[in-house]
Design a protein around this ligand. Structure first.
Ligand code: C2E
Ligand code: MG
Ligand code: MG
Ligand code: MG
Length: 275
C-alpha cells in the first residue's frame, strides 16, 4: 500500500484515492460482488394497527461489508441508482423478499421499495410477475413502495405498468409522501392503495404549530380513499395523535421496533406460528 512505499508518495496516492468518484466506483464494484456473493440481507420492520396487531412488514436492505461493517442503504442505494446496478440489486431484493411472503402468515402484507430506475426498465412488470410465479407468493399481499418522483416524467408508461401489476393483485404505495413533487389531481389518476406519510411530518406532531401538516396529509389520503401508513413513529404521543385522527392508520417506527433480521423478526412476532 501507499504507506509502505514511504515518502511523499503517500499523500499523492491518498488524494487520488479519496476522490468521490473513486469511492463511488469502489462501492459499485463491491456491491456487485455482494449481489453475486454474500453480504446482502433483508431486514423486516413491522407495521402495526392502532390497536397493536401486526399487519405487515416493510423490507429494508442491509449490506454487511467484510471490512467496513454495516453500510446503510442511504449510503449505497443512491450510488447504485446512478447506474443499472440498481436494477440488478432490485431484482435480488424482489426475488429474496417474495420468498418471505410465503413465510408470513396470511393476510400479512410485505412492502418492497422500488427505485424509479428499476421501475422504468422495460421488463419490470415481467420481472415482478416472474418472481411472483417462481416464489408462489400471493400477489395481493405484495405492496410496492414508489416515490413521487417516479411520476415526474414518462407517466403514461408508468401508469400502464402499475395497472398491469394491479391486475395481478399487486398493491402500490407512495413512500415519503409530501416531500416530493406531485399534483393532487394527478394522484387521483394513479392506481394506488396506500400513502406513507413521511417521517418528517410524523416528527412534526411534537410541535403544536406544525401538527396541521400531518392533518392535511391524512385528509388528502382519506379523500383519495387510501390506506395511511405513518412512518418514523417514535413516541406514544405520536401514535396516540395519529390514531386519534384515524383509527385505521397503520403505524411503523422505532416505537414498535427497528428493522429486524428475518429470524429475529420471526422469533419476536411469529414464534407461535408453524412454518
Ligand atoms: P424508506 O423506504 O422511507 O424507509 C424508512 C427508513 O426509516 C428506513 O431507513 C427505516 O429503517 C427508518 N426508520 C424506520 N422507523 C424509524 C423511526 O422510528 N425513526 C427513524 N428516525 N427512522 C426510522 P433505512 O433502512 O436506512 O432506509 C433508508 C432508505 O433507503 C429507505 O427509505 C429507502 O428509500 C431506501 N431503501 C432501503 N431499503 C431499500 C430497498 O430494499 N430497495 C430500495 N430501492 N431502496 C431501499
Ligand atoms: Mg419505504
Ligand atoms: Mg419513507
Ligand atoms: Mg425514503
Amino acid at each position: 500500500n501507499a504507506k509502505d512505499a514511504g515518502g511523499n508518495q503517500t499523500s499523492v496516492y491518498d488524494v487520488s484515492y479519496s476522490t468521490e468518484l473513486e469511492k463511488r466506483y469502489e462501492i459499485e464494484r463491491e456491491l456487485r460482488e455482494a449481489i453475486n456473493g454474500e453480504g446482502l440481507e433483508l431486514y423486516l420492520q413491522p407495521q402495526m394497527s392502532a390497536t397493536g396487531s401486526l399487519l405487515g412488514v416493510e423490507v429494508l436492505i442491509r449490506w454487511f461489508h467484510p471490512e467496513k461493517g454495516m453500510i446503510s442503504p442511504g449510503d449505497f442505494i443512491p450510488v447504485a441508482e446512478q447506474t443499472d446496478l440498481i436494477v440488478d440489486l432490485g431484482k435480488w431484493i424482489v426475488r429474496h423478499a417474495l420468498l418471505e411472503i410465503k413465510r408470513l402468515p396470511a393476510p400479512l402484507t410485505l412492502a418492497i421499495n422500488i427505485s424509479p430506475r428499476q421501475f422504468r426498465k422495460y421488463d419490470f412488470v415481467y420481472c415482478i410477475e416472474r418472481a411472483l410465479e417462481d416464489s408462489g407468493a400471493d400477489a395481493s399481499r405484495l405492496v410496492l413502495e414508489v416515490t413521487e418522483n417516479l411520476f415526474v416524467d414518462d407517466t403514461n408508461d408508468i401508469v400502464l405498468k402499475m395497472k398491469a401489476l394491479q391486475q395481478s393483485g399487486v398493491q402500490f404505495s407512495i413512500d415519503d409522501f409530501g416531500t416530493g413533487y406531485s399534483s393532487l389531481s394527478y394522484l387521483r389518476k394513479l392506481p394506488l392503495q396506500e400513502l406513507k406519510i413521511d417521517q418528517s411530518f410524523v416528527q412534526a406532531i411534537d410541535n403544536a404549530e406544525q401538527r396541521t401538516i400531518v392533518d392535511s396529509v391524512m385528509a388528502i389520503a382519506k379523500n383519495l380513499g387510501l390506506r395511511i401508513v405513518a412512518e418514523g413513529v417514535e413516541t406514544e404521543a405520536q401514535a396516540h395523535y395519529l390514531a386519534g385522527r384515524d383509527q385505521d392508520v397503520v403505524l411503523q417506527g422505532y416505537l414498535f421496533d427497528k428493522p429486524l433480521a428475518i429470524e429475529a423478526f420471526h422469533q419476536r412476532y411469529l414464534s407461535d406460528t408453524k412454518h
